[in-house]
Design a protein around this ligand. Structure first.
Ligand SMILES: NC(=O)c1ccc[n+]([C@@H]2O[C@H](COP(=O)([O-])OP(=O)(O)OC[C@H]3O[C@@H](n4cnc5c(N)ncnc54)[C@H](O)[C@@H]3O)[C@@H](O)[C@H]2O)c1
Length: 422
């Protein structure tokens, strides 16, 4: 592995002394854990702060500080995002029993993600950064597939239980007009059960943000579920999407030359593999969770996948890497070894968050900076500089240690391209 980035590029020295771009309003910075915390620090030091006069409302949501503040810091961070409308978040540990001793925890403080998602009440969008030289596991994909996930209710808000042998399970539905017991199953042996829920309002808000995203990207939109099986549950999603499309988006879609279709999820999964990409794929929460990882890996590496949550009114955006804190690499770092962790998803968390700040503030200089940061990152990979996870996709399985850069070496290479781009 090459630990530094030795290649000299013109103008490198002068750029940092240039006037910094003024960002009028603050962004909320949410710090996190392990490898991604180190990566976020290096990105700020090399790719953001030398170029921007940026006010950051900072919240340290690392597990250590969540424990110290009894998780008040996550609540404060959620309130700040709603105030300033832009949050840029580092990945954070969701602690398990194994973390109690390592971090001396007084409780298993949850990841801030659930609290932030609920505060935003938005839609999760994920897509992969495309670099021409990264061989995709699905070679036909030429354009991004934007995965839209409805992160409310369903399995994530539901209740699941173990049921003893000999039990009868029913759903008790009660309101001011009616009380009804709906029989579900008689257990002759031990089993399990799960009850999930959703609401029409939440599905309406989800559908609206998907239509808006499709129009912004000028991509066709597909909503896929299993409404032939879940004739009440998934049918609600189908009906809401169709209703909103007919009433509010049909004409705009036709003018933009894009289409909207409701598909069965199995049919759509097969269609997605055969496609060239270039569409928005809207999914219920569990389907979106699973299939966005399939699509992320299909494009080459999870390190290339970017993630944002957009509130349903489109005003507030939270960006973060799509992957976790990369504990395995952090352990290598703790042993004093040089790591090669892909920081692209973290760089794009910064560029997409700042892009939203630029759009809200009408700040063209900042908007151009975010475009430059993204194109410099892609150009770095396309000119042959990348981290280990991409080496197999670019060089093939027989790659050697000299084929890839260290984590910091890659960020330095992006910095050099960013300076050259100016
Ligand atoms: N958004 C978030 O905050 C978030 C998301 C997922 C997981 N997590 C947390 O992260 C911690 C670690 O979780 P995990 O190990 O299951 O998932 P992870 O995504 O951190 O890593 C899983 C594996 O994927 C590969 N990988 C992931 N990102 C990579 C990158 N940028 N470059 C190179 N390889 C990469 C590595 O092989 C790694 O071992 C857990 O505490 C988990 O709860 C946080």
């Amino acid at each position: 592995m090459i630990a530094g980035y030795a290649r000299r590029l013109p103008n490198c020295r002068n750029y940092a002394t240039n006037r910094k771009i003024i960002v009028q309003n603050p962004i909320v910075e949410i710090d996190g854990d392990e490898m991604t915390r180190l990566i976020f620090n290096t990105i700020k030091e090399k790719l953001i702060l030398p170029f921007l006069e940026l006010k950051r409302d900072y919240y340290d949501c690392s597990l250590i500080n969540r424990n110290k503040t009894e998780n008040q810091v996550s609540k404060d961070a959620a309130a700040a995002i709603l105030k300033y409308n832009v949050g840029i978040k580092c990945s954070t540990i969701t602690p398990g029993p194994e973390h109690i001793k390592e971090y001396n925890l007084s409780s298993l403080w949850p990841s801030p993600n659930g609290m932030l998602r609920n505060a935003l009440n938005g839609t999760q969008f994920r897509e992969s950064v495309i670099c021409k030289n990264v061989k995709k596991y699905v070679p036909g994909w030429k354009k991004p597939i934007v995965m839209a996930r409805h992160p409310f209710g369903d399995q994530y808000g539901g209740t699941n239980i173990t049921v003893p042998r000999g039990s009868q399970l029913s759903i008790n539905l009660k309101n001011e007009n009616v009380e009804e017991n709906i029989k579900v199953f008689n257990y002759k042996a031990k089993g399990v059960a799960m009850m999930t829920f959703n609401t029409e309002d939440s599905v309406r808000a989800f559908a609206t943000s998907c239509f808006r995203m499709a129009l912004e990207r000028k991509y066709p939109l597909f909503f896929a579920s299993k409404s032939t099986l879940l004739k009440e549950y998934d049918k609600l999603f189908d009906e809401v999407f169709q209703d909103i499309y007919n009433k509010h988006y049909k004409q705009q879609f036709e003018e933009a030359g894009i289409s909207f279709e409701i598909r069965l999820i199995d049919d759509m999964a097969a269609q997605a593999i055969k496609s060239k990409g270039g569409f928005v794929w809207a999914l219920k929460s569990y389907d979106g969770d699973v299939l966005s990882d399939v699509v992320g890996q299909g494009f080459g590496s999870m390190g290339l996948m970017i993630h944002s949550i957009i509130s349903h009114d489109g005003k507030t955006v939270l960006t973060e890497p799509a992957h976790g804190t990369v504990t395995r690499h952090y352990r290598q770092h703790q042993e004093g070894k040089t790591t090669s962790t892909n920081p692209i998803s973290s760089i794009f968390a910064w560029s997409r968050g700042l892009k939203h700040r630029a759009l809200l503030d009408n700040n063209e200089e900042l908007l151009n900076f975010t475009k430059s940061l993204e194109s410099s990152t892609i150009k770095t990979v396309e000119s042959g500089w990348f981290t280990k996870d991409l080496a197999a996709c670019i060089k093939g399985e027989g790659f050697t240690d000299s084929d890839y850069l260290s984590t910091t070496g890659f960020i330095n290479a992006v910095s050099a391209h960013l300076i050259q781009n100016k």
